[in-house]
Design a protein around this ligand. Structure first.
Ligand SMILES: *Cc1c(COP(=O)(O)O)cnc(C)c1O
Length: 493
């Protein structure tokens, strides 16, 4: 590894420090009287000792070794890695929020409960749904909740419907959530235009149908144009329609899932509503439902009542048909707080503009690169598009290599090999927060790599060349994981 950064223990020198604790103003009490011997350390913990400048420089250097959205474009399709305004972080980190204990009595948490209550109301309005639960803490958990709602609905109506139809353009978590909740996933092949074909759907409708789970826009970045017809057909057959709205950033203020006939929708606050995310968390997968499914939502829910002329917020138990709790607390509060700040700071017009920019940016970028790569399903697209590197594969350069070569230009790679219905897929989501200059630069990189595939395929295939780590043996890295630092800091220097 080039310029390998030492770890913090290797930087440690005995006696250095950056924290100076003031003298205590209460009497000392020895630990012996407070903590039983078996829980006390025999010798002090081996903590690194570094001065503040070394500490700050160490983490600053580390922070730029990996790619992140504060550095440059992060066009990872489906993940919506847009820039997150810092005001959202700052609001969520207010001491009154950040230091709040989840079990604190409600009378001391009125502000936080009000924020959850109001966020749910705003999200219900944005999605056109009757009510929203903020308990689920990931998109995939939102899907699980949605499917449990479908199950509860059919159980109450006394039928044992098992089948959930999933178009092959859906997100990969959808069939997994279906299996997890005991349903049976039935795939539906997309038409040549990449959309659900109502004729093909018709063949799958029967009285075992529990519902349809539709990613919209689908993973090709296309809007399901026959949506009202599709939802009507599923309802006619006695099923419910679920929308995977993880990528609601293409719809904000333009269309609402509730108006299109969906019974359930989940949306990822950590994607659409600007929260730093990745590497497995944190997230919030809000779930919205229509009037007919409210009784099944998870509980307790946050309710608002009038007490002595003032609003009073409290957790309210839900009825016997609820699917119950899906989180030990009220959800991922810090993410909800960021989403609230984002929604309030943009306002209705700003949200709509965000969606318009998401769509405009993706189509602008697509128009710049369309002559250099294959586009199996024609645009115009919504917030993302999926190219194929089939043309480059014939020259010996595969999609993964193109992704690696992009790293050399200081940008992140797109999602590769997904969705599965596109061979050599390069799934690109520029997001609404990129400027025209940033999109132009990214297009130039993609075009340059397409030319390199013709003139110098080895250059692409041996990339990355400019990153701290060169190309890894990914199989070995996964099988032979080595994260432990085997050194010894007992003698510091
Ligand atoms: C990201 C995503 C999910 C999964 O969300 P997680 O929060 O990662 O669990 C589901 N569906 C779609 C369309 C997505 O883009």
């Amino acid at each position: 590894m080039k310029n390998a950064e030492k770890n913090i223990f290797e930087l440690s020198r005995r006696g250095r420090g950056g924290v100076f604790v003031p003298a205590s103003d209460v009497p000392d009490r020895p630990l012996e009287g407070l903590i039983p011997a078996e829980y006390r350390r025999a010798k002090p913990a081996a903590l690194p000792e570094v001065a503040e400048p070394q500490l700050v420089r160490h983490y600053t250097r580390l922070s730029v070794q990996n790619h992140h959205v504060d550095k440059a474009i992060y066009p990872l399709g489906s993940c919506t890695m847009k820039y997150n305004p810092k005001i959202n972080d700052s609001l969520a980190s207010q001491p009154g929020f950040a230091l709040l204990h989840p079990e604190i009595p409600e009378k001391y948490a009125q502000g936080a409960l009000e924020l959850i209550y109001r966020s749910a109301k705003l999200l219900a309005e944005i999605a056109g749904m009757a009510e929203v639960s903020l308990q689920p803490v990931a998109g995939a958990q939102g899907e699980m909740v949605g499917l449990l709602l479908i199950r509860a609905y059919h159980q109450k109506n006394g039928n044992k419907r098992k089948k959930i139809i999933i178009p092959d353009s859906s997100h990969g978590t959808n069939p997994a959530s279906v299996s997890l909740t005991g349903f049976e996933a039935v795939p539906l092949k997309s038409g040549a235009d990449g959309l659900v074909n109502p004729e093909a759907l018709k063949n799958l409708l029967d009285d075992n149908l529990a519902g349809l789970m539709l990613t919209n826009p689908n993973t090709l970045g296309l809007f399901e144009s026959q949506i009202e017809k599709i939802t009507a057909m599923v309802h006619e057959a006695g099923g419910l329609v679920y929308m995977d709205g993880a990528n609601l950033n293409a719809m904000l203020g333009l269309v609402r899932p509730g108006d299109m006939g969906f019974d359930i929708v989940h949306f990822n606050l950590h994607k659409t509503f600007a929260t730093p995310h990745g590497g497995g968390g944190p997230g919030a997968g809000a779930v919205g439902v229509g009037q007919n499914l409210r009784e099944f939502l998870p509980g307790p829910r946050i309710a608002c009542q009038q007490q002595e002329g003032k609003n009073w917020y409290q957790r309210e138990e839900v009825g016997p048909n609820s699917i119950g709790r899906v989180h030990s607390s009220d959800g991922n509060f810090a993410i909800i707080a960021r989403a609230y700040a984002y929604i309030r700071s943009l306002g209705a017009d700003g949200l709509r503009e965000a969606a318009e920019c998401a769509i405009l940016n993706a189509n602008y970028l697509l128009s710049k690169v369309i002559d250099f790569y294959d586009l199996p399903y024609p645009g115009p697209c919504q917030h993302e598009f999926v190219l194929s590197a089939n043309r480059q594969k014939k020259l010996g350069v595969r999609a993964a290599a193109i992704g690696k070569r992009l790293l050399d230009f200081g940008v992140h790679a797109p999602t590769v090999y997904f969705p599965l219905i596109v061979a050599e897929a390069l799934m690109i989501e520029p997001t609404e927060t990129e400027s025209k200059e940033s999109l132009d630069r990214f297009a130039e990189y993609l075009i340059q790599i397409a030319k390199e595939a013709e003139t110098d395929p080895d250059l692409v295939n041996s990339a990355p060349h400019n990153t701290p780590l060169s190309r890894m043996n990914e199989a070995q890295a996964a099988r032979d994981l080595d994260l432990a630092w085997a050194g010894d800091i007992s003698n510091g220097d």
